[in-house]
Design a protein around this ligand. Structure first.
Ligand SMILES: *Cc1c(COP(=O)(O)O)cnc(C)c1O
Ligand SMILES: [Zn+2]
Length: 449
């Protein structure tokens, strides 16, 4: 089977471009590009054969060739991702194969009993961004290995997680990385990650959208390669998340997938992977999608209210869900197409709702980041309204690890978050080192259990 993938315009303009060229937009219309695959060639395997191949997993396939997949959930699906990458150029840190956790206790609280949480934060740099970055950085490694490429460094604007992932993968490959961060608007953990990995960290006095404008300007020069999700190579890696979800459910398709959405690359990616699985007969239907936005950063939600007739960029407010604090999402057009194809909905959550949902999730044994809180709050709202029906199977994509957002968790339990009623506050009880006082406190506490 000889497979290939190439860039084409999402708006249908003529033209094919190499995935190893430095190109991000259609030269004809300026629209985004997407990676196209030779579906006729992919159809030489039946749906059942693809399922069997993917089910062999990294272990089975890796052992055969010594390097194939290398334990990566992304590269185990190389034929659907980027078949032209040579094994020696793959830059992997063991991304993918994140846990899918059945969470019936939390589900009952939210009104969606058959709830599953896809723990994308249980990954090398603590967010789903690893899935896309392994592909992008591998492609750059191959461009550099093949010679003749103008690329000298990689760069991105970030709300924190993209820069953490880019810095780690670039460091693993020995490629210089530059990251543009909005000063004072990301968590301490997210800031220290690219610093520790040796990236050139530029903290700018602006928001994410401002950083995005600067990085676009800087990467006009082809020596610096743009690593934001406007770059469709990222989407190819991220699209494996949906395929992995159905695989973990024994190739059963859930009724809903709910995910926090900011720049809208991830929802586009999720839809692209599932659409390909459907086209190749790997799954027999599509789930519905729910894009979850923070009320303070809700341009997609507002557009949805107009039936996507009108889209207006906004200045995003200071939401605790800082990774989706985006007012002018790059992948808006792709996301609208995805929502239409998947009978999708858009819902929002305010600061109180997202913090409450994250705390509820923690009480059920998870450790939810604020973005996951947005998705969980939206799940509860949709269930209350009957959009998500009782008994339907819901997968919530948890996009980052809660440990990256200690400030948010501390703020919650100290009762210090603005606009948040802390219903599940659990501050430590300070006592003298006295057994009597301790016993009295435990008796008091047990009465409330
Ligand atoms: C990037 C990110 C998102 C949003 O993904 P988009 O592709 O920008 O919509 C959500 N949550 C976390 C934790 C992220 O890092
Ligand atoms: Zn075009």
């Amino acid at each position: 089977m000889s497979l290939s993938a190439w860039y084409r315009c999402i708006r249908g303009c003529e033209g094919r471009y190499s995935v190893f060229d430095v190109i991000y937009r259609c030269p004809t219309c300026g629209g985004l590009l997407e990676v196209a695959h030779d579906t006729a060639a992919l159809k030489e395997r039946s749906g059942a054969e693809w399922r069997a191949l993917f089910d062999q997993g990294s272990r089975g396939r890796g052992q055969e060739s010594g390097v194939r997949g290398q334990g990566s959930g992304v590269w185990d699906k190389v034929e659907w991702v980027l078949p032209q990458i040579r094994a020696e150029n793959r830059v992997t840190l063991g991304e993918g194969y994140t846990p899918l956790i059945h969470s019936p206790r939390l589900g009952r609280e939210l009104g969606a009993k058959d709830l599953w949480v896809k723990q994308c934060g249980v990954s090398h740099t603590g967010s789903f961004k690893d899935l896309g970055m392994t592909v992008l950085v591998s492609a750059v490694a191959q461009m550099m290995a093949d010679g003749g490429s103008p690329v000298r460094a990689v760069a991105c604007a970030s709300t924190g997680d993209t820069s953490a992932a880019l810095a780690a993968y670039a460091a693993a490959a020995g490629i210089p990385a530059i990251v543009f961060l909005p000063r004072g608007k990301i968590s301490t953990a997210q800031l220290i990650q690219p610093i520790a990995n040796g990236a050139h960290v530029l903290a700018l006095d602006t928001d994410f959208d401002g950083c995005m404008r600067i990085v676009k300007e800087v990467t006009r020069d082809n020596s610096i390669y743009l690593a934001n999700s406007m770059n469709s190579l990222r989407v190819e890696g991220q699209k494996t998340v949906g395929i992995e979800i159905v695989q973990q459910l024994g190739w059963q398709v859930p009724d809903w997938i709910v995910l926090p959405s900011g720049n809208l690359g991830n929802i586009s990616a999720l839809a692209k992977g599932l659409a390909l699985a459907h086209k190749l007969g790997v799954i027999d239907r599509l789930p519905r999608l729910a894009a979850a936005q923070a009320e303070l950063a809700n341009p997609l939600y507002r557009a949805y209210q107009t039936g996507f007739q009108r889209f207006e960029p906004m200045t995003a407010g200071a939401t605790a869900a800082s990774a989706i604090r985006i007012g002018d999402p790059v992948s808006y057009e792709k996301a609208v197409a995805a929502l239409r194809q998947f009978d999708g909905v858009v819902e929002q959550a305010n600061e109180d709702e997202l913090a409450d949902a994250a705390a509820l999730a923690d009480r059920a044994g998870l450790y939810a980041c604020p973005h996951t809180g947005v998705a969980l709050a939206v799940t509860a709202k949709l269930a209350r309204r009957g959009v998500i029906q009782p008994g339907q199977r819901v997968v919530v994509i948890s996009t980052a690890h809660g440990l990256k957002f200690s400030e948010f968790k501390i703020g919650y339990h100290e009762g210090a978050l603005a606009d948040v009623v802390t219903r599940h506050r659990n501050p430590p009880v300070e006592l003298p080192a006295d057994a009597g006082a301790v016993k009295a406190e435990i008796v008091r506490w047990l009465q409330g259990q």
